[in-house]
Design a protein around this ligand. Structure first.
Ligand code: ADP
Length: 267
């Protein structure tokens, strides 16, 4: 709480009173704090790969270039780190466009069964590599939904890629679509039988750069922004996203989208 006192003067009588302004600054301070935290996080996330790239380039310069096998490995590390930085910067740009409303929704009538089958197809190579089975199930009463296909594909890609990343070999993933109880929304879930998330981390899981295990997420090529981007896109569509998880059992992420008529807009 910020208190500002200003005296009230009358020309002939001196000070006759005071005006007190009580201002709640906690929200403002919180916003400022999270903005600073965000900049610190971005800087750190960019500096880490840059430091790695620099030291491997130096090692190449200092003689590793003479050894073919070693130099190939070092160049591989440099390429991986560069690719991760590109992903990070693209994710940041994407988030900033969503934040400033520069990503207008281009809704189109979309067949939900086709959309979910296609996301499973996009991951078929990775799924096969880890012997993970994936199944898609869509409530028969759901046909076309009015949504921005590119943006919802991005949400699905983020969720399915997490499900694949955090599920060990031989597990299973199911992607389902049903109607909400009040029939006003379609609810799409991505469920896995993966490593799960500890209860203490659940409340912060949608925060930018929040990761249960930073080192593991980095090794898997994660940026820590996937769920934040998914949440922004779902919010723009007028829906909600939530995550349920049990350690060593699995994770389910569900998002809802309003079942709008063509031309309708949730906002
Ligand atoms: P990342 O790029 O690290 O995957 P996300 O924002 O997509 O970033 O996810 C944030 C964190 O949430 C991940 O680092 C991981 O710890 C956890 N997480 C997300 N999805 C799952 C899942 N399906 N199973 C287990 N942990 C998950």
């Amino acid at each position: 709480l910020k208190v500002t006192l200003s005296p009230v003067h009358r020309r002939d009588r001196g000070m006759t009173g005071a005006i007190a302004v009580l201002q709640d600054v906690t929200d403002q301070e919180k916003l400022e704090h999270s903005r600073r935290q965000f900049v610190a996080n971005v800087s750190h996330e960019l500096r880490t790969p840059l430091t790695t790239i620099k030291s491997y380039a130096e090692a190449l310069n200092d003689g590793a270039l003479e050894e073919r096998e070693l130099s190939e490995r070092f160049v591989g590390v440099i390429r991986n780190e560069t690719e991760r930085m590109i992903r990070l910067v693209s994710d940041l740009l994407h988030l900033s466009r969503l934040d400033s409303n520069q990503a207008p929704l281009r809704r189109q009538q979309t067949n939900i069964q086709d959309m979910l089958d296609e996301v499973a197809d996009r991951f078929s190579f990775q799924l096969r590599q880890k012997s993970i089975t994936a199944k898609v199930k869509v409530d028969r009463s759901i046909k076309q939904v009015w949504l921005d296909r590119d943006q919802i594909d991005q949400v699905l890609d983020n969720l399915v890629s997490n499900a694949v990343k955090y599920t060990s070999d031989g597990g299973s993933i199911s992607i389902t679509a049903m109607k909400s109880k009040d029939k006003a929304y379609v609810e799409i879930s991505v469920q896995d039988t993966g490593i799960g998330i500890p209860a203490k981390d659940l409340s912060r899981i949608f925060d930018r750069f929040y990761r249960v295990d930073k080192a593991r997420s980095r090794n898997m090529g994660g940026t820590g922004l996937g769920l934040s981007i998914a949440r922004e896109i779902v919010k723009h569509h007028g829906g909600k996203i939530m995550l349920e998880s049990e350690l060593n059992v699995g994770t389910t992420v569900t998002f809802s989208l309003p079942l709008l008529q063509e031309g309708g807009d949730a906002k």
